[in-house]
Design a protein around this ligand. Structure first.
Ligand SMILES: O=C(O)C(=O)C[C@]1(C(=O)O)C=C[C@@H](O)C=C1
Length: 268
């Protein structure tokens, strides 16, 4: 997939392949996070005094600083990247890349990163960390690991915009009818593919076991996976897939605002 070549992006097979590849990143990032304690101090609002920052956690502060730097190296110019702190990002130092317009004008306004951060902190961290509690010497490492996890999960979920654009273009008549009727349930049914979802969950169990167990211990008795594969599959089932669908639905509900947009056509 190449964002300067629209025909490689607006293609459902390619998008699904990219989503499969992102599973690897997410599983490995969660394995990295599993080395550390849950570390509630990282997520507690105002736990550390940081001049000029109020009502933020240490993670928020670290993520905001990271996004400032990443914006300057052009991260958020890419149509598949969505910042957690859109108001804080800075202009790129590198010259702009003129990406072809693949998504509707309002697409940057569809951003579920606050919901992602909430379920990550409340649901994922307690389930994947090796132990509940703080470990003072690792709080910085925890925050860098969290940033990796959050960015990977965010990219995966916001990929729903590309899925939605392709589905819209491939079945315009049906979607225009559903959008005009504000039929959210109808849109949800029409974007849902239970076979694809089932395969994702099956594959995550295999990946969780494959990547989480040291290959040299594979044939020893009861090798333990670093993150329970069922936990990863359940996180996808309860949070990652539903939020991807929410992004798809939110994108489609507004799609007629941009009916005449000169978007690059998808490849059927
Ligand atoms: O692959 C699709 O068609 C998608 O819409 C993506 C996705 C997912 O999150 O992986 C979401 C909804 C579908 O039910 C299947 C899979």
């Amino acid at each position: 997939m190449d964002f300067t070549k629209p025909e490689t992006v607006l293609n459902l097979d390619n998008i699904r392949q990219a989503l499969v590849r992102m599973e690897d990143t997410i599983v490995f990032d969660l394995i990295e996070r599993s080395q550390f304690y849950s570390s509630p101090s990282v997520y507690e609002i105002n736990k550390f005094q940081i001049e000029g920052f109020q009502d933020l956690s240490f993670l928020d502060w670290a993520l905001l600083q990271m996004e400032k730097v990443h914006s300057q190296i052009r991260r958020y110019e890419a149509p598949d990247e969505s910042p957690f702190f859109p108001k804080a990002i800075l202009p790129p130092i590198l010259p702009p890349i003129n990406y072809p317009k693949l998504l509707a004008n309002y697409s940057d306004e569809i951003n579920v990163n606050n919901e992602i951060k909430k379920f990550y902190v409340e649901e994922i961290v307690p389930q994947v960390s090796c132990k509940i509690g703080d470990q003072q010497e690792n709080l910085g490492s925890v925050s860098t690991c969290d940033i990796e996890c959050l960015q990977a999960i965010s990219r995966r979920i916001h990929f729903g915009k590309f899925v939605a654009e392709v589905k819209y273009q491939n079945d315009k008549e049906n979607y225009i009818r559903l959008i005009k009727a504000r039929d959210v349930k109808g849109i949800e049914d029409s974007i849902t593919n239970s076979v694809v979802e089932g395969k994702i969950l099956e594959r995550l169990i295999i990946k969780g076991e494959g990547y989480g167990i040291d290959p040299s211990l594979r044939y020893s008795q009861n090798p333990q996976s670093k993150v329970k594969p069922e936990v990863i599959a359940k996180l996808y089932k309860d949070w990652i897939i539903p939020l991807t669908k929410k992004v798809e639905i939110d994108y489609l509900l507004r799609r007629l605002e941009d009916e005449d947009a000169e978007l690059v056509k998808s490849v059927v």
